[in-house]
Design a protein around this ligand. Structure first.
Ligand code: NAD
Ligand code: MN
Length: 350
């Protein structure tokens, strides 16, 4: 029995979460796995009513679950900075979710935007808690027209070692051959050289997995020119953020982009969420693509040790895509969110 905290959030987050829960209910019914879940209404309405995104003991409550399934947050009545920094960020940081995983896989049946887009199947592992996104820095006034701002890029040996170890172990356990390091040590000569040194120390401990290194600018071009040549890409916080959005763009867009925020030690719950936001432009229309949310459920199953169920769920998505009957408008269909959820369950158990 796994306990699951569910936070649907705002806008289409609520719509796609409903379909993900339908899938989980179907799995429960067939007893392929047992999930016991609680739904938390911590979203922008909650903020407008109580002045905070979650209760004071929200993190204490979440801590006891095996995993967190998150939808999306964002509402025009609440500043984006509030919804993100008071809900998502505290969860990621408090629960030491230092790996952000983003599969970049073009599912069978889906056409990507690239001329040659077969066999795109790799994973980006982004360092999720330090690096370029540190809060250390500030602005200074040193005289008229001489204002300046500095922001520090802080990388620790422990932080780099952890994400690299995860990358090599992930490659091995998922039948990948190679780890690619995204770097810029030719220009960012202090921190990125340190990053390379530590990644390479870890690489030497995993001689069965190939290792290569590219500068981030060249790597971005290769994502477009030869995406089929990558397996596992390990990247710092900023580089991983940018590469991830590029990655989702080459395999079908935001409606098809899942992610996980992982605490590999399982000391704390990991959180799984689609990459997209609350999509206010289509919220309420019932046409949001639920597959990114459902794929996030699959990543959760893999993390919980049920790679078999992950693979089944991804196979069901592929068979739905190949049939092309029941797809939402963002990937060329005319079906509703609910119809896609139901059709997917039918594929899963056909
Ligand atoms: P968005 O991801 O919500 O939407 C971008 C575009 O993608 C829109 O055209 C939208 O219609 C489309 N889209 C998104 N999800 C889709 C789906 N499931 N199916 C079909 N189309 C989909 O990004 P945005 O418009 O920049 O931001 C809207 C709000 O979401 C903001 O408040 C922002 O802060 C928030 N946001 C939250 C998260 C999160 O919860 N992790 C992530 C990104 C943005
Ligand atoms: Mn991003």
């Amino acid at each position: 029995m796994y306990s699951l905290a569910v936070i649907p959030g705002d806008g289409v987050g609520k719509e796609v979460m409903k379909e993900a829960l339908k899938v989980i209910d179907a799995m429960n019914e067939r007893e392929s796995i047992a999930f016991d879940y609680d739904i938390f209404d911590w979203n922008s309405d909650y903020y407008l009513a109580y002045g905070r995104m979650m209760p004071e003991d929200g993190l204490e409550i979440l801590k006891n679950y095996d995993a967190i399934l998150f939808g999306a947050i964002g509402d025009s009545r609440v500043p984006d900075q509030v919804s993100i920094w008071e809900l998502i960020m505290p969860i990621r940081k408090t629960f030491k979710q230092y790996v952000n995983i983003r599969p970049v896989k073009l599912l069978d049946g889906l056409a990507g935007p690239l001329k040659s887009d077969r066999n795109i199947d790799f994973v980006i592992l982004r360092e999720n808690t330090e690096g370029e996104y540190s809060d250390v820095g500030g602005t200074m006034f040193t005289g008229e027209n001489r204002e300046l701002a500095v922001q520090n890029n802080i990388m620790t040996k422990q932080g780099i070692t952890q994400i690299s170890e995860y990358a090599f172990n992930y490659a091995r356990s998922h039948d990948f051959q190679k780890v690619t390091n995204a770097t810029k040590s030719n220009a960012i000569i202090h921190v990125m050289k340190f990053w390379d040194t530590v990644v390479e120390e870890v690489a030497e401990k995993h001689p069965d997995i190939d290792y290569e290194k590219y500068y981030i600018d060249a790597l971005a071009a290769y994502f477009v020119q030869r995406p089929e040549s990558f397996d596992v890409v390990v990247a710092s916080n900023l580089f991983g953020d940018i590469l991830s959005d590029l990655g989702s763009a080459i395999v079908g867009g935001l409606g098809m982009a899942p992610s996980g925020n992982i605490n590999p030690e399982k000391e704390f719950p990991s959180m799984f969420e689609p990459v997209h936001g609350s999509a206010p432009d289509i919220a309420g229309k019932g046409i949001a693509n639920p597959l990114a949310q459902i794929w996030s459920v699959a990543l959760m199953l893999d993390h919980l040790g049920r790679k078999d169920l992950h693979d089944q769920l991804v196979a069901a998505m592929e068979s739905l895509l190949q049939e092309k009957q029941t797809l939402t408008p963002d990937i060329g269909g005319a079906a509703t969110t609910e119809e896609v959820g139901s059709a997917l369950i039918a594929k899963l158990y056909e």
